[in-house]
Design a protein around this ligand. Structure first.
Ligand SMILES: Nc1nc2c(ncn2[C@@H]2O[C@H](COP(=O)(O)OP(=O)(O)OP(=O)(O)O)[C@@H](O)[C@H]2O)c(=O)[nH]1
Ligand SMILES: [Mg+2]
Length: 169
C-alpha cells in the first residue's frame, strides 16, 4: 500500500448459495466453477479496485448471515448484500440483512447486488425490485451481475468504490 492509502474492509453477505464466493473469485481471480464447496468457507482477500479517480485497497470478507455479529460489521466501510435472481426468497433476505446491518452500524454503506443474470430466463425478480429495497436503506444499487459470465462484476466493484468516495466527501 502506498502512503496515505487506507484499507477498506468490505463484507460480502447473502443467503446460502447466492454466489458470494463465486463473485469474489470472479472479481479477484477472474475465474468461476460451477460447483459449490457445499459449505460456507470464510474468505479474506485483498484486492485493489480501480474506481476512476483513484485506486482503493479493499479487504473482501465473505460473511455467513447466520454468524452475523456486530464484531464482524463494526469497522466495515461497506457491506455488499447479494441476492440470486432465480430465488425470490433472496430479495426478502436482502432486505432483512440491510435492516439488521444498518441497526448495528449505520455508518457502513450498503450495496445491493443481484447475481446470476446469466439465468435471466429463470429470473423471479430483476433490477427494479433491488432498487426498491436499496432506496429504503439509502443503499447503492448495482443492478444485476453474473459471477459465471463476469457480466458487470468488475464494473460493479468500481462503481461501488466510486460511489463510496463521492458519498464520503
Ligand atoms: N448460473 C450461475 N450460477 C452461479 C453464479 N454464481 C454462483 N453460481 C452457482 O451457485 C452455486 C453457489 O455459489 P457459491 O459461490 O458457492 O455461493 P455462496 O453464496 O458462496 O454459498 P455459501 O457460501 O454456501 O453460502 C454454485 O453452484 C455456483 O456455481 C452465476 O452468476 N450464475
Ligand atoms: Mg461461499
Amino acid at each position: 500500500m502506498e502512503d496515505g492509502e487506507t484499507l477498506w474492509k468490505i463484507g460480502v453477505i447473502g443467503e446460502r448459495g447466492v454466489g458470494k464466493t463465486s463473485l469474489i473469485n470472479r472479481f479477484v481471480y477472474d475465474s468461476f466453477t460451477n460447483s459449490s464447496s457445499g459449505e460456507f468457507t470464510s474468505q479474506f482477500i485483498k484486492k485493489k479496485v480501480d474506481c476512476g479517480e483513484k485506486c482503493v485497497e479493499t479487504l473482501l470478507m465473505e460473511i455467513d448471515p447466520k454468524n452475523l455479529s456486530p464484531r464482524k460489521i463494526i469497522g466495515t466501510k461497506a457491506m455488499i448484500i447479494i441476492g440470486d435472481v432465480t430465488n425470490i426468497d433472496t430479495i426478502d433476505s436482502m432486505e432483512k440483512l440491510g435492516e439488521r446491518i444498518q441497526e448495528i452500524n449505520p455508518k457502513t454503506k450498503l450495496i445491493f447486488i443481484a447475481n446470476k443474470s446469466d439465468l435471466k430466463y429463470m429470473a423471479q425478480y430483476w433490477v427494479d425490485e433491488v432498487k426498491c429495497i436499496a432506496e429504503k436503506y439509502n443503499g447503492i444499487v448495482y443492478g444485476v451481475v453474473s459471477a459465471k459470465t463476469g457480466e458487470n462484476v468488475k464494473e460493479g466493484f468500481s462503481f461501488m468504490c466510486h460511489k463510496i468516495i463521492k458519498l464520503s466527501v
